[in-house]
Design a protein around this ligand. Sequence first.
Ligand code: FAQ
Length: 317
Amino acid sequence: MQSVDNAAEQIEFDRRIVEEQKIEPSDWMPEDYRKNLIRQMSQHAHSEVIGMQPEGNWITRAPSLRRKAVLLSKVQDEAGHGLYLYSATESLGVSRSELIEALQTGVAKYASIFNYPTLTWADVGAIGWLVDGAAIVNQISLQRTSYGPYARAMIRICKEESFHQRQGYEIMYELAHGSPEQKAMAQDAMNRNWWPALMMFGPHDSDSAHSGRSMQWKIKRVSNDDLRQKFIDQTVPQIEVLGLEMPDPEIKWNEEKGQYDSGEINWEEFYQVINGSGPCNYQRLKHHKKAHQDGEWVREAVRAYSEKQQTKKENVA
Ligand code: FAQ
């Protein structure tokens, strides 16, 4: 409950939310708002960083130098997105090491999609097209989120994601218009990634634990189900252009609603994956821990450098 001492700050906070003004790091904010932001933003940051692994798996096996250069730079972009988002989260008074600890101990989640394997080169196309495509639909709405540093990070991230989405679609287009084997590979990768991409939008609104408060605080601007529908509606015509079979036989245009009907997600699988039992959960975290340990010398060097600078400053003073 809000203490009487904070009543005036609470009124000011509420006014700013209603008037669509951004909340900045130095502003007063309710503790639950801060905690909820840390939860969502850090999970978003973790997703960007863990999300480097499935595609990173194909950098050494990309089919041409051009594809390799593009993929390398795409994966580097994801690292950059992680950095913007970790920095934005740190502005809420939590340290990077606390955030990493929460990820590595399984306290914090990351997007379920990254717990699936990338079996063929076509998965790289399907990820760029479907996964970045779904991420953009969600992140465009987050450009209007109420927390200033998060909203600004989203604006930059969306620009980069749109290039990612196009490079993925280009890979899919070439495969879908290539040999019968290539077309079959594209179909298979789309079929496998379709449902996990739909799961990225989270549970149905009726089952979403955080949506109520997050919408009220304008952290989230559009509901899980509405974003998912938007993604389906924009992606189905793209499947038609590729000339592939629909990944879900229940996809059908609904004239009355002006949108596509589609089949139900396997929610049992969704909950299994987000609770740690997906096909690659163990592997993803194991790899993250190793990379983090291997990078310890960099953090050590940064600490030593900043101590040296501090001593220099003190000596001058
Ligand atoms: N995966 O009450 P809600 C990308 C959890 S970026 C795992 O509905 P909320 C770029 C949820 O955290 C992709 N967990 O939750 C890229 C909560 O658990 P908690 C990441 C999920 O927050 C591309 C519980 O279920 N994007 O892909 C998932 O209101 C290619 C209850 O759910 C973002 O993070 C899921 N799919 O809505 C990188 C966007 N869905 O915390 C590399 C920002 C739900 O109580 C390669 N986040 N959960 O333990 C959001 O918009 C929201 O957090 C939602 C979930 C919509 C994801």
